[in-house]
Design a protein around this ligand. Structure first.
Ligand SMILES: CC(C)(O)[C@@H](O)C(=O)O
Ligand SMILES: [Mg+2]
Length: 560
């Protein structure tokens, strides 16, 4: 007696003869119609190292599905590379792609009534999109992360012989713009930064989100850890395929997205000095699941949790070093033993604590620090409110001790304008750069400001200049940076009312960002700008997208 399953809707009964006829052409036979049909959704693309190896790993996933008695069905989903789109118009497409990827997964699975899914991910947005889709669809599923890139090693120049990442390439642009390094040095870094396949190598957004999904329970603990070109990667891909097929009759993705698992995921972000984008993405995943979650969780956790992973950009090492030091499991075990995590189910079938107890011993005490010798005593993410950000904003101080900053506003209506001013040397220590009309709807697309933060870093101004934006930051951004300011300028947010020279006060401890101005008078004199029309999907996204404080999703809410 075979179990009933969702895919019976396309494979069972006389009325499905035409559907079966088509499926037979794909290789299915009578006995296969009794197998759970598992979507293998691959965000492969040859455009970026983050995803370019996923095509080679797909056969291992398919093998795993078949071994566990499932019938794999392959789909492609797109990726928009953050690293390649950074600093130009194309970066607007990055956050938009998160919605499109989640929508594509939904339509592939829902459209064909599939029983389970494995989603193969690499670059930043593919990871939260996979979790959002599993939460939305509530089908059983597993997220498989393609892994980090290896360290680069320049052959010549000041960084010769050192481990570098894409962060060094972005910051070299800033240094080159100021004349601190020459063309040859920039070229040496450019040629070495990306030695092969894999996602950007620090605790930037991809590695942060891959870790967060393991703590959320939607990615099997440890499967994402081996670097992209590591010999263990194919076995992990196969494990994920097997798990998805085995889980075809188990609970759906939504059941893993609980208040407890979201807190565990946020804690992993804070304790690893992870990307501010995680604030946006975990809020979006929670919204898709309908699970209550406030971005304030990041602030509370950040105040009580030490940073124990010594990873770039706040620390010293790369994700390949984390893997060598015992990976997410050993990192998590330290946190578990310190009483920071709560136990929760995971897709492997083992609970989070069972997984973490299996961590291997390691002689390392520097990549993953013991609790008594942390990289920082507390985390570097703060959620601020105040006059300038009534719905919230996210501050990243990782690596910079300042709890307060006060200075004159330098107003820019786009990222490009600010970048040009930085490169011309017009921004000085003490300034508060305000980059607005870069929010989810106003950009549209809420671009990452890595070009600007890297240019500031390249000029030795990281931490000496504050940067406020309704856009967002890259995981490689560092300095005294505040993003996700909500409401955004294009939706009437106060950030749009600031003027050149206004004194901005940022109080990380008091969780406020204020300006001493007559807000009523400013608003009365303000002419709201119409939304920028850019055509195509950009306009659809601008019309639908919600506040960054709720994840900047395109979920249709009551009254929207
Ligand atoms: C290009 C990067 C480093 O991947 C960035 O987009 C991030 O968010 O970390
Ligand atoms: Mg990014």
């Amino acid at each position: 007696m075979t179990k009933t399953k969702r895919s019976d809707a396309i494979t069972k009964g006389p009325s499905r003869a035409a559907a079966r006829a088509m499926l037979r052409a794909t290789g299915m036979t009578d006995e296969d119609f009794d197998k759970p049909m598992v979507a293998v959704i691959n965000t492969y693309s040859s455009v970026t190292p983050c995803n370019m190896h996923l095509r080679d790993l797909a056969p291992s996933v398919l093998k795993g599905v078949r071994e566990a008695g499932g019938w794999p069905v392959e789909f492609g989903a797109l990726v928009v590379s953050d690293g390649i789109t950074m600093g130009h118009e194309g970066m607007r497409a990055s956050l938009m792609s998160r919605e499109v990827i989640a929508d594509s997964i939904e339509l592939a699975v829902r459209g064909h009534a599939l029983d389970a899914a494995v989603i193969m991910v690499g670059c930043d947005k593919t990871i939260p999109a996979a979790a959002m889709a599993l939460a939305r669809l509530d089908v059983p599923g597993v997220v498989f992360y393609g892994g980090t890139i290896a360290a680069g090693c320049p052959a010549s120049g000041a960084k010769a012989g050192q481990d570098i990442s894409i962060q060094d390439a972005f910051e070299a642009v800033g240094a080159h713009g100021r004349g601190a390094i020459d063309d040859a040095e920039l070229g040496a870094i450019e040629r070495a930064a990306c030695p092969g396949a894999g996602s950007c190598g620090g605790q930037f957004t991809a590695n942060t989100m891959a870790m967060a999904l393991a703590f959320l329970g939607l990615a099997p603990m440890g499967a994402g850890d081996p670097p992209a070109e590591h010999p263990d990667k194919a076995a992990e891909a196969e494990r994920c395929g097997r798990l998805a097929a085995e889980r075809a009759f188990a609970e759906g993705g939504r059941s893993f997205v609980t208040e407890t698992s979201l807190r565990n995921a946020a804690l992993s972000v804070v304790a690893s000095g992870g990307s501010t984008n995680a604030v946006l993405h975990l809020a979006a995943i929670a919204a898709e699941a309908g699970t209550p979650f406030s971005i304030d969780a990041f602030d509370a956790l950040s105040r009580e949790t030490p940073v124990i992973a010594n990873l770039k950009p706040g620390g010293r090492y790369l994700a390949q070093d984390l893997h060598a030091a015992g990976g997410c499991r050993r990192f998590g075990r330290v946190l578990m033993e310190g009483g920071f995590l709560e136990d929760a189910p995971t897709v492997s079938g083992k609970s989070l604590f069972e997984e973490l107890k299996g961590a291997e011993e390691s002689a390392d005490r520097d990549v993953i620090r013991p609790l008594e010798n942390p990289v920082k005593k507390t985390g570097g993410l703060r959620v601020l409110y105040g006059d300038v950000a009534p719905e919230g904003a996210v501050l990243k101080t990782a690596g910079y001790a300042d709890a307060a900053f006060e200075g004159p506003a330098r107003i820019f209506e786009s990222e490009e304008d600010c970048f040009a001013a930085v490169q011309r040397g017009e921004i000085v220590a003490g300034d508060v750069c305000v980059i607005r009309y870069e929010g989810p709807a106003g950009g549209p697309g809420m671009r990452e400001m890595l070009a600007v933060t890297a240019a500031l870093a390249g000029q030795g101004l990281a931490g000496k200049v504050a940067l406020i934006t309704d856009g967002r930051f890259s995981g490689a951004s560092h300095g005294f940076v505040i993003g996700h300011v909500a409401p955004e300028a294009a939706r009437g947010g106060p950030i749009g009312l600031l003027q050149e020279g206004d004194i901005i006060r940022i109080d990380a401890e008091g969780r406020r960002i204020d300006a001493d101005i007559d807000w009523d008078a400013r608003r009365a004199a303000h002419t709201p700008r119409p939304l920028r029309r850019m055509g195509g999907y950009f306009d659809k996204f601008a019309a639908l997208v919600g506040s960054a404080s709720q994840g900047a999703t395109t979920i249709i809410r009551e009254g929207k």
